[in-house]
Design a protein around this ligand. Structure first.
Ligand code: NDP
Length: 451
């Protein structure tokens, strides 16, 4: 960053003390914007970056609910509405004990630029709670979701703010949230995405982030004259994004060697095939079990507990890496190990999973590196398609949605590469994604004027 940008970042830092994840996300974007600020000084004159890193509004609320023993429980709920410059606020809800304002502001900031990249008219937001659905019964989760929506409903709406799922929020939670919204407002609308197809959801929404990630990775590989067929792939996580990333990788002929959860990872040297993956789907989505059970069912595999030796799945030799669990899960040391083992492509399914030094390693090494705001935009893109179907009261076929998803990912890929080249960084997806997303939102902010 040049001196002027350093000074700008210093101001943002002082306004947001104790928020390391948010500042990490802002810094990552700022460090790409030098060429665009030089070419278009009016963005600095209009203080676009500072305005973009200040949420339109933040809603924080108490969520009280009764557990199965009839005891009163208390959590905190949030919605960070970051920017509606190019469309209604859009972004997931995360239920995880680690959720706080810092995490949600980083996710909402990333979401603004990601939504801009999709070419669809959506702003950026993120929300959630420090509630942990793990180990809770269905009725406890239902009561929590109902209480959460009893406050959230007044801040969202199909033309205002349209939440979706994220970590800890899947079809079950979206169902309870949607049911409560409908109960309170007496309105059946597209206020949430990720709904079941029978009640206003879109085909391919559950698959969208993972499938989109693989489509993006295929485009990246094609720039080197390669395909993903027969490539040894590391996938982290075992939730929504990881499951459908693994599924599509298997479909395109790649070999998936690993999956993980917060307790540890499994390494299956023979590859997780379709049948084994179906078992993982059942384990995680129906039984809500732990990945440590995998080697009991498939003895060729090994399980490494996270706390054991500090070993991470990124030490398994492979050609491609798909971090799909959570932020900062891939450190500089992990990046170095991946590179030493000859990895040639990294595509991020999770949001900001690679530490800043890890990203720098990948860029220095010149491997194909697809940052999350471009590579995992398929989820929100199909959420945008779900909003269109809801607004028109119709439902497209799975083939039609998948075709559009592929098209969106191809367009994002081409746009990011073109912008990177235009600003003097050919092949650098970080620079391309940050500048392309920023310029679109910045121009909308300029057009809409300062109130
Ligand atoms: P899920 O809750 O379905 O799965 C999350 C997975 O990551 C689980 O396997 C979980 O393990 C693991 N995990 C979560 N936190 C940690 C942690 N602190 N350390 C290690 N492992 C962890 O969430 P999603 O698959 O929906 O989301 C995964 C990532 O993808 C997130 O970064 C999310 O923001 C991003 N994303 C999701 C989209 C979507 O459409 N769902 C869209 C775009 C991005 P465990 O079960 O043990 O907690």
């Amino acid at each position: 960053m040049d001196a002027q940008t350093e000074e700008l970042f210093g101001r943002i830092e002082r306004r947001n003390p104790g928020q390391p994840a948010f500042l990490q996300a802002v810094k990552e974007v700022l460090s790409s914007l030098g060429p665009v600020l030089e070419r278009h000084p009016h963005y600095a004159d209009e203080r676009i970056i500072e305005r973009l890193s200040e949420p339109d509004r933040i809603i924080v609320f108490r969520v009280e609910w009764l557990d199965d023993a009839g005891r009163v429980r208390l959590n905190r709920g949030y919605r960070v509405q970051m920017s509606s410059a190019i469309g209604p606020y859009k972004g997931g809800l995360r239920f995880h004990p680690s959720v706080d304002l810092d995490i949600l502001k980083f996710l909402a900031f990333e979401q603004v630029l990601k939504c801009a990249l999709t070419t669809l008219p959506m702003g950026g937001a993120k929300g959630g709670s420090d509630f942990d659905p793990k180990g809770r019964s269905d009725s406890e989760v239902r009561r929590f979701c109902q209480s959460f929506m009893t406050e959230l409903f007044r801040h969202i709406g199909q033309f205002t703010d349209v939440p979706a799922g994220d970590i800890g929020v899947g079809l079950r939670e979206i169902g309870y949230l949607f049911g409560q919204y409908k109960r309170i407002t007496n309105e059946f609308s597209g206020v949430l995405t990720g709904k079941g197809v029978e009640w206003g959801g879109s085909y391919v929404r559950p698959e969208a982030t993972g499938y989109g990630l693989v489509y993006f990775a295929e485009e990246m590989a094609a720039t080197a004259g390669e395909t993903l067929a027969d490539k040894r792939c590391l996938v982290s996580g075992a939730g929504n994004v990881a499951q459908f990333t693994a599924k599509k990788l298997i479909e395109v002929g790649a070999k998936v060697l690993t999956m993980s959860d917060s307790d540890g990872f499994i390494h299956d040297p023979e590859g997780i095939d379709a049948e084994k993956l179906a078992w993982v789907f059942q384990l995680k989505n129906e039984r809500r079990g732990r990945i440590s059970e995998y080697p009991e069912r498939f003895p060729g595999a090994t399980y490494v507990p996270a706390a054991a030796s500090g070993a991470t799945l990124w030490s398994v030799p492979a050609d491609c890496a798909f971090p799909c669990a959570t932020q900062n899960e891939l450190s500089e040391a992990d990046a170095a190990r991946l590179l030493a083992n000859g990895v040639t492509l990294v595509a991020e399914g999770a949001n900001m999973p690679t530490s800043p030094r890890g990203v720098a390693r990948f860029l220095e090494a010149g491997v194909l590196y697809g940052p999350s705001k471009a590579a995992n935009a398929g989820g929100v893109a199909v959420s945008g398609l779900e909003m269109s179907q809801d607004a028109d009261h119709l439902s497209w076929s799975p083939e039609e949605v998948d075709r559009r998803l592929r098209l969106v990912m191809g367009t994002i890929h081409a746009n990011v590469r073109q912008v990177a080249a235009e600003y003097g960084h050919p092949g650098n997806y970080v620079v391309g994604a940050n500048i392309a997303g920023f310029v679109k939102v910045a121009d909308a902010m300029m057009a809409e004027g300062v109130a």
